[in-house]
Structures are given as structure tokens and as C-alpha cells.
Design a protein around this ligand. Sequence first.
Ligand code: MG
Length: 251
Amino acid sequence: MTIPGIYTTPVARYLERAGLSAMRPKAALVDMDGTLYDSMVNHTAAWHRLISGTGIPCTREEFYLYEGRTGAATIDALFVRGLGRHATDREKEELYRLKTLYFQELPPVDVMAGAPAVMDAFRTFGLRRVLVTGSGQNSLIDRLDADYPGIFSPEMRITSRSVSRGKPDPEPYLKAMELAGVTPSESIVLENAPLGVEAGRRSGAFTIAVTTGPVPAGEMWDAGADIVFPSMPDLAANITLLLTTILQTKL
Ligand code: MG
């Protein structure tokens, strides 16, 4: 059962923080891995294989926490921790190329259950959609047109190639707002990882977090989420009510 008004408090809290009396959302800025695709199991497997191969000790689980960063930033941070020095540009490039190969060797990933319905709701409410990913993984980016037809036009995509500072820096989301021609308070961010949530929060957008992996909801709240949903199907079931609440709430 859905309780009317259940989302009024988080929306009002956002308005207060943004210094607004009401919100007119015009764009949805959407993360890819772990949000549109159930891809994090494969990504963490590929990262673990890659970094273990360099001799730097690591665990599979830690890679869920780096989600959202660019590949180059993840490699550099692990070099600093494990080898006490930064990775060279050549090492970052070569290792990320290898990580991409390892990822491609794994079975194809599925579309995240519930995500197409959420995208349809964004479209129905007239929101421009922008893809905002730290990934440079073409094997997934190239599938978007087939899996999410008409949702992300080719010029409405921010990837690792579009930014100099990846998440948790707000730059990817700020660039997405520029692409869509909207302001932060006209934007809704959809994320599944703490670093991505932090980027969304710092960009000034209303930030929706969904837990789709092992990272608990508490970490999403700590990262600054305005609201946290326990799964993508749960968000899909409630997105119309949430968007309606966003449109109707006034301070
Ligand atoms: Mg993600």
C-alpha cells in the first residue's frame, strides 16, 4: 500500500536546502552501471582480476565503493595505496584497456529490472533524459539504443571521455545540466552508488538513490541522498507518486 504524502517530507527538505518555494523538474540525469544495467557483479569481478594481477592486495567488495569514479581514478588510487606512487598515464590507459577486455569476457549483463519503467515515467513527465556515467565501456553504452529506445539521444550523454574530474566531483552532473539546458534545481539525479550520490548532491540536484547491490541504504543517506529506494522495481512502483509530489510540494 502506498501512503499519500509519504514523499512530501524529503521533497520539502530539498526545497529548504535549495532555498526554493517549489521545484519545476525539467531533466533526469541518470547513472548507467548498477542503475540502468545490472552490471556491477561483472565490473567488480573484472576489477578484482585486474588489480590482483598487478600484485596490489584488494578485495572484490571494495570495488562497489569505488563505483562512479573513472577507471583512471580508480587505478591511480590503488597505485597510491598499494605501491606508494601515482600511476602513469600509460599505465592507466593500458590497465583500463585490460579491465575492459576482462569485462567483455564475462557473460552479458541484464537490463536492471524496473529501470525501463522509471525511464518511461521520466519521459511521460516531460523530463529531458541525460546519461551520466563514469564508464568508457562501449559494450554497454552501445546497447542503450536497443535496451532503452528513444530515452537517451546520442548528444545527451556524459561519459568518462566528457569530463576531467569524475564522480564524486559534481562536474559530470553539472556538464549534464549544461547539455540539457537546465539549472541544478530543475534536475533530478538517479544513482546507485555513494560516490555518484555525492556528485549528485554536490551538483545541487534532487538526488534519488536506489540500492541495487551490497552497499547498504545508510551509505546512500550519508552520501547526501534526498531519498533512498530499496530496489529499482520499488522505485518503478512509486516513481509517479514521487514525481507528482515533487511537482505539487510548495513551501
Ligand atoms: Mg552506478
